[in-house]
Design a protein around this ligand. Sequence first.
Ligand code: SF4
Length: 314
Amino acid sequence: MLLLDKTDVDRKLKLLRQEITERGIVDELRGWNYDKPPLQPLSRSVKFGVSELAGRYCETLRDIYLKRVLGLKPSLSVKMIRGTALHWAIKDAVSDVKKFIYNNPDATGTELLRDLLSKAERTGWAAASKAELTINILEQKDKDQLVKECSSLYSFLIIQAAAKFDYALSKYPHAEPDSIVSVAVPPVTERKVDGALVGLASELSVDMYTPYNAIIDFKTGEVRHFHPLTAAGYALAIESEENIPIDFGFVVYLKFEKKTPSFNIRYFVVGDELRREFLEIRDEAFEIVNSGRDPGMPSKCQDFCPYYQVCQKG
Ligand code: SF4
């Protein structure tokens, strides 16, 4: 799975399955019950992005009021550009590996490595530049650092993919490229999902969707308590569209402490409590947009909130 160690994932999933067996997930909180409360959205006309609801920097949801009622844009930071660029580097690596295997059915991991590693710097630069153009201009030192991180992440993933490619070839010597891809690089990146039935945007993009019926969400900043809410939003959207249960969420925290990236993974069940919390935020956000009410400020604002400057001016 490139980023995740299969043995580690299997061990964690065994424990999480046990948790589901003991506590279950109530059917009324599955996305396919989108036509009944509490899933049924209060409005079909207002649709929220998952990160707009799940990114709960602001406990009172004043960010929703500022954006949706007053039409103010959040200020975008270097951290946000970094996050976007690193997501692109992951997406490019997975997509390049798949393309290589389809286009070179007789190749081996060594050839994949040779071909794609030579593109690492170019891909890193392209990912950083695309994020910079879409979001904001970076200072040269920040851009150089970001190019380095994107290239290093891309290289790391290509090296993992080459090993998994060889392993798949050796285990299944008669398999077609399509099967080899599904063994060596199973996850779907940036999987599109229509969340309209549960009051979410109609073109949501899930970071990774895995054969374990799990949502993987990448984070490039600090650990925040609300991060699992993102998996809850995507789980509800996929369940409403596909009628299949999504039980697990993985938040992958990406860090660059040395030259290579490292990953800390938080595994959890997308359980009742998380689903209810996400739905409560969705309904409260709708009420704010519908009434135009300013929900006021929480007792403490974090200076990393994208509306910090706006709210501090009063
Ligand atoms: S600065 Fe405070 S009140 Fe304003 S959106 Fe951020 S957390 Fe909410």
